[in-house]
Write a protein that binds this ligand. Structure first.
Ligand code: HMG
Ligand code: MG
Length: 312
């Protein structure tokens, strides 16, 4: 069935698995495995990959090899390799690493801002200001992520006005794109649309994206609700990896495989080869020693197994 006419014809997916996914693993994933995962995602046609974070290794030891990861990946032309940069120290690392895009990450809740990046919302903007200026001067694109747009693990309800407020602050310092994040996966479609509308009051539709953790199983419904508003960029995580070390109990992002299946089913192009994407998901799930969180990958794996010739 074709998608309603208000839906985008093409969607850009950002795979955040190597960053959002692997930052949350108890054990540190070897650099070689991270590099192989990033390359497998690029080979599957993923147009943008959040590769790592230039954050404090004391805060997030899992990302301590950021420079090595960036130095070792074989870059595929046309693919955007993005990294998280909370401050100028992080940006300096990103610049040396030749990241194509940097992500400044704030929050719509004061308590989460303190827990995640150790400062208030206002202070975070003062840290992002020089990062944004330096990135734009260097020709590096700047994306903003706003955590807790649909609820906060410490403060509970978060109003759309709080999302609009942080989006405005980011816009005014020159951040080019804003991601509306449901960090703890509590949002439902109506609330998602209200949060999106708050961001859309500040940014054009092409510069707003959705980032949905799937804790309550609502993430695909929230993607669909965002498509209804014309949103055409989503973060997702291969095999549904992910979480945030400062949002206990929050599970992974919506699985990229599941979003691709939804979008292709709606006749929306992504440029991603689902078979190759599943292979990337299988690779990292095997390494982590657990089953994929992607429902689509599980279903297609079971179908393939049923069709496989029985060996005698
Ligand atoms: P701080 O302790 O306030 O920083 O942390 P500071 O400026 O006072 O510096 C303290 C020490 O950290 C110093 O080292 C600095 O050099 C070092 P020392 O002198 O003690 O040896 N430092 C750094 N080292 C490496 N890279 C840096 C850096 N900055 C300072 N960039 C800071 C503030 C922001 C650094 C810290 O809180 C931090 O790193 N937080 C990161 C938290 C994080 O990565 N969270 C997960 C990602 S966000 C997320 O998952 C949400 C998202 O997916 C959307 C959603 O789902 O909501 C994006
Ligand atoms: Mg996240």
């Amino acid at each position: 069935m074709a998608a309603p006419s208000c839906f985008p014809k093409r969607v850009r997916l950002v795979d955040v698995g190597p960053r959002d996914g692997l930052q949350n693993e108890k054990g540190v994933v070897p650099t070689d495995v991270k590099v192989a995962l990033i390359e497998a995602l690029a080979d599957a046609g993923v147009p943008s990959i959040e590769a790592t974070s230039f954050v404090s290794p004391k805060w997030v030891p899992q990302m301590a090899d950021a420079a090595d990861v960036m130095a070792r990946i074989r870059r595929r032309p046309g693919v955007t390799y993005a990294v998280l940069t909370p401050n100028m120290k992080g940006f300096e690392g990103a610049l040396v690493a030749k990241a194509d895009e940097v992500v400044v990450f704030g929050a719509a809740s004061e308590a989460f801002s303190q827990k995640n990046i150790n400062c208030s919302i206002a202070e975070s903007i003062e840290r992002f200001r020089p990062v944004t200026r330096a990135a734009l001067d260097a020709g590096v694109r700047v994306r903003g992520a706003i955590s807790c747009c649909l609820g906060c693990p410490y403060e509970g309800e978060v109003k759309p006005e709080a999302v609009g407020y942080v989006a405005r602050l980011m816009h005014d310092i020159g951040v080019q794109h804003v991601g509306v994040a449901d960090t703890i996966g509590v949002g439902t479609p109506g609330a998602t649309q209200r949060a999106m509308e708050a961001a859309l009051a500040v940014y054009p539709v092409a510069e707003v994206s959705g980032h949905f953790h799937d804790t309550y199983g609502m993430a695909l419904a929230n993607v669909y609700a965002s498509l209804e508003l014309g949103i055409a960029t989503f973060d997702a995580s291969v095999a549904g990896l992910g979480g945030c070390p400062y949002a206990k109990g929050a599970t992974g992002n919506v699985a990229t495989e599941d979003v691709v299946y939804l979008l292709h089913g709606l006749g929306i192009e992504t440029g991603i080869d689902l078979t190759r994407l599943r292979a990337a998901g299988r690779f990292i799930s095997d390494h982590l020693g657990r089953a994929t969180n992607s429902r689509v990958a599980r279903a297609l794996d079971a179908k393939d197994a049923a069709l496989a010739p029985v060996s005698t």
